[in-house]
Design a protein around this ligand. Sequence first.
Ligand code: SF4
Ligand code: SF4
Length: 450
Amino acid sequence: MYEIIKPPFTQNIQEVNNGLMVKGINIFNTGRHVDLEQHKEPAFSAPLCSVPIRECVYVPLYDPLGGNMYPIPRKGDRCARFSPLARTKTPSNEFGPSWIMSPVSGYVEDIVAMEHGILGRIFCAVIRPDNSVPPLPTVQHSLSTMTIDGVLRTIHQAGIIDEFDGEALISKILRARENKIREIAAIALDDSPYISSALKTVCEFAADVTDGITVVLKAIDGGSAKLAVFDCDEVHARPDSDRFGFVKPVRMSGGFPLISKFKRQYYPNGDFLPIGVQALRAAANALIRGIPQTNGIVTVSGDCIKHPCNAMIVNGTPLEDVLRFVGVNKVPNFVIFGDTMNGVAVTDMQIPVPAGTRAITVMHSLSYQKKTACTRCGKCVTVCPMGLPVYLAMRYYENGDVGQAASFGAEQCSGCGACSAVCPSGIETADIMRGLKKYKRSLNNNTGKI
Ligand code: SF4
Ligand code: SF4
């Protein structure tokens, strides 16, 4: 069987998405894309559901900026829902350390170390839910009377991870403030074939997304906002403009990755702050309702899933619980965190679903499963949104010259997966490029180069 990820090239979400962050988004300009067949149904039409916890949750205690955190409760302690489970070792910014909050009330069974296919080696708090433990009371705020510092501090303390790029929302906002960026784009561009969690979020929680935009605009002293919504024939996620108050939805259709088209069309000359709609909803929950981000909407789909759906999943729910809930009706050869375009395949079904997960895609077969040698057809080059000479990198990679292969701009790879999707030889070029990017970074770290 052809493996999607070849060790040691397993990368983490943040590295994959570095190219999509505010500072990097300017280089998404080439207009290249790949047309993809969509498979969003029936998951998109199914009612939003919740995955029940069977026994325990395994809440990852990791810092989105890198490294593990200090656990706070000890084995056997009671922990209330929304109470702190861990904090960063050092302050992340002027607002102090970052925190991970408990998604459930219950008892801490243990703090365990785990090799997580996405996050690397992490510690997890194992919590057995117990409804007799009351949740921590929440503190609600009024946005109109809150200072900007208060807004920033609340977003920071809510520990919000932006599902759009895997980065802490507070880090993105502080960087936008520093760079005087005054425009927000709420991103619901579900342009990968199976994913529809952002579309579901805008359809089900329009008011929360709009409130989140208001919150972040206040935090950056902004300006204006757009809501970018993926629009395709398969799903009719065409939210009425008036459901979003002052924000006008912009419908985007076309090839993958759509973010580059959106950028070219609406921000050709300037920077903007792209934020996933789930992170915006979480910002509204934190400010207005005093609720930290402890769950997310995840599309669970693929050609092996009996009941494809969008499900509300509590952070730390074991992957196995999710698969039992949706049912698997074929041998799952590929279990992917994310979509088939740029997700990461995992082999351990016990690992927990971390914050910021947009999709879990379970496939019996992938269209590009057959693998032959590179024919130098050049299709990968024509679709790469970063304009990278992918086939040149493949030539050296196949000859075992990783150093030379990495010298063709691998550090700019956004991990979008477009090159893999078009490769007629079925080569997982995107994974190789991401691996080369990691290799290049490790070299630069060793030499102190940036
Ligand atoms: S698309 Fe595949 S076969 Fe064609 S040049 Fe790129 S890596 Fe080689
Ligand atoms: S090399 Fe492949 S994965 Fe990387 S940006 Fe280009 S098309 Fe996307």
